[in-house]
Every structure is written in C-alpha cells, then in structure tokens.
Design a protein around this ligand. Structure first.
Ligand SMILES: *Cc1c(COP(=O)(O)O)cnc(C)c1O
Length: 366
C-alpha cells in the first residue's frame, strides 16, 4: 500500500496547464488603466478553462463589481469557495432556478417581464433583490428589444421587491465590424443615458479595447483577463495566463517512406528524428491542427507537428534540435506560441481552445 501511494505521487502529469496568477493581475490592471470603468470579471466556462474557483479566489480581493457566470452551477461553485464578490448570471434563468437565486442574492440579467415578476414574487418580504436588465442592441441572444425597453424599465422599477441596478447589452462584432458596433454604442447610449442606475454596461474585451463611451461605467472583460487579445495589436500589452505543456515520451529516427499517425497522411520524405509527446485531443489539443503547419516548442525551438493529432499523443519533427530526449518539456501553447495561433491554424477561436482544455489536464497555479 505504502509503495503504491508513493508511485502515484511521483508520477508526473503527461500534460498540464500552468496558470500564472500574476499575469492575471497584470491583465486586470491593464483593463482598469485602459478603460477607467468598474469591472465585471467574466468567469464563465470554468474561467475559460483556467479553473473557476482558483481564478475567483485570486480576484476576490480586487474590488470587482461582479463575477459573471453562465449558470447556477457555476454560481454554486463560487458560493462553495466562499467568494465575496457579487455574482452575476449572464444569461436567462429557468423558473426552477429562481428560488435559489433569490436566496443566494445572485444577480440575474432579466430578459422578460415574466422573469422579473417571478423574481418579485419569490422575493416577497425580503430586502429588495438586485437585478439588471438585458437590452438587445443586436446580439439576438436575449434581452428586451429597443421598442420594448422603456416600458420594461418602468414596469420593473414599479415592482416593489426588486431593485433595478443596471442595464447591459452585448457586442456581437466589436472585433469585426466597426460601423455596426459604433451604431450599437450610440443606440445604447441614447436609450439609457437618462436612466439613473448604478451600472450601464456594454463592452466585452474587444469593446473595451477599441471603443470609448461616456455613458457606460462597467466593462465585462473575459478573454483579455486571461491574457489573450481579440484584437492583435493589443496583444503585447497582455500576458497569457495559461501555458499548456507536455513532455516528450519517446525519440526515434524513422526512415524515409515511413508513415506517421492515423490515415498516414504524412509519409516521411527523408530519415527523420521523430519525438512522441504525451498530449492529444483528449487533453483539448485541437485535432483540427492536423495537416495545418502547427508547431510546438521544445528547447526553445519550434518543431513541426507530423500527421494527425491522436487522442493522447502527437508526433513532431525534432531533426533540427541538436538534442532532444524523453522527459523534455514541450510548450503546446503559452507565451511563445499563442493560443490565438493554435486557434487560427485549427480554424477555431481562442475562447474555444481555452474552454476545450479537458479536466484530465492538471492545472498548476503559480
Ligand atoms: C462572454 C461574455 C463576455 C466576455 O467576452 P470576451 O470577449 O471574452 O471579453 C462579456 N459579456 C457577455 C454578456 C458575455 O457573454
């Protein structure tokens, strides 16, 4: 028994994610310096794969207005981690979730009058429940349409057990369509500028990086907190929080004509030093990288991926390295190879790659 435990503890992970919490703090201070507004840190989807409890703990003393989450399940994780920052639910709620939301004083973003009325009746006899309204200026995912907004505000403000503390909208193409986004800003600003509410909010990362508003006073960054900019020219001001790493498990020289990986799409043109690495799509390394000139970093040098990504392993060409040995550390993405590069080669987006890192990948906090 003793020996068995010992073996387990010394067995190193094949693939792990190093999460740099000082980079996270750096990115938050950049958000504050750049936007000068209050901040809702978006922690949905396990803090974009970084680990919701750990990221929330690291940010809990930062006087943030809210932590934004996608669901009651995520909100519960924050509650169980004894987080003090108010919790904001970014999407519509189901009727059967609302009793718990009222009890926990989580902040809902209201899209319909029925939802508001239900919260109002569940909160009878208690201190007013803080809610926000979602305003649909073009995302098409939730909220009141412009024609319904003012009547919704009036009716929700008339409900005795609710306190309307804010109005938020969302930008579908702040990193793609400037003209449309500018129109959204002016529509939002003219619709809400006379509302005397604590919070008016519109911007995600791309919005806060690239647009200014005299009306909003809260921003909702997600991706950029994790050190990745949706707009390339701001990337150098941020520090990637996650580095996905693995190690070489085997190095062999394979002869010209030998096939590599499933489907044998890669046939070696010459004798090649091939390293096998213990990471695959089972860890969240996109299988779509196969055949798209992806590289990994070993001993400071980029080494090309050979053949298809398999579930637990990949093969790379290490012929250019003077030395490469089993146990060598491999950067799959991080500081030298940005997750944005990986995403682009896999025809994905960085949000998708980060949230796709699977549970078996050990997160190591630094
Ligand atoms: C996910 C999300 C954000 C954060 O978006 P990023 O592009 O990651 O900064 C902000 N607001 C809402 C409503 C969201 O759903």
């Amino acid at each position: 028994m003793q020996t068995r435990l010992k073996t387990e503890t010394i067995s190193p992970p094949r693939t792990w994610a190093e999460i740099n919490l000082s980079a996270l703090k750096h990115n938050l201070s950049f958000v504050r310096q750049h936007s000068e507004q209050q901040v809702m840190a978006v922690l949905k989807a396990g803090a974009y794969g970084h680990g919701i409890e750990q990221i929330a703990k690291a940010l809990d003393s930062e006087h943030l207005a809210y932590f934004g989450v996608a669901s009651v399940i995520e909100a519960r994780k924050l509650k169980n981690a004894k987080i003090q920052t108010p919790i904001y639910l970014l999407g519509p709620t189901f009727p059967e979730e609302r009793q718990e939301i009222v009890e926990q004083r989580w902040v809902a973003s209201i899209s319909t009058l029925e939802e508001a009325q239900h919260f109002n009746s569940l909160n009878r006899g208690c201190e007013k429940l803080v809610v926000h309204i979602t305003f649909d200026t073009g995302m098409g995912r939730g909220g009141f349409l412009p024609s319904a907004l003012h009547s919704a505000i009036d009716q929700i403000q008339a409900l005795p057990n609710l306190h309307l503390a804010g109005i938020g909208s969302h930008l579908p193409s702040a990193d793609e369509d400037r003209e449309f986004t500018l129109r959204q800003f002016s529509q939002f600003e003219s619709a809400v500028s006379n509302c005397k509410l604590e919070y008016l909010h519109l911007s995600n990362s791309a919005g806060l990086l690239d647009y200014q508003s005299k009306v909003t006073n809260l921003v909702r960054p997600g991706l950029m907190l994790y050190g990745i900019s949706p707009i390339a020219r701001y990337q150098e001001l941020l520090q990637p929080v996650m580095q996905l790493k693995s190690r070489v498990s085997l190095v062999r020289t394979l002869p010209a004509g030998h096939g590599i990986s499933y489907g044998r799409e890669t046939i070696l043109k010459q004798d090649t030093r091939v390293a096998t690495i213990g990471a695959g799509y089972g860890d969240g390394l996109p299988r779509a990288l196969s055949g798209n000139n992806a590289e990994v970093l070993i001993r400071g040098k980029r080494c090309p991926l050979l053949g298809r990504v398999t579930m637990d392993q990949i093969m790379v060409d290490v012929s250019k390295l003077p030395v490469c040995e089993p146990g060598d550390e491999v950067e799959l993405f991080g500081k030298q190879i940005l997750v944005s590069e990986i995403a682009k080669k896999a025809r994905m987006i960085p949000w998708e790659v980060l949230t796709g890192i699977t549970p078996r990948v050990t997160r190591i906090y630094q």
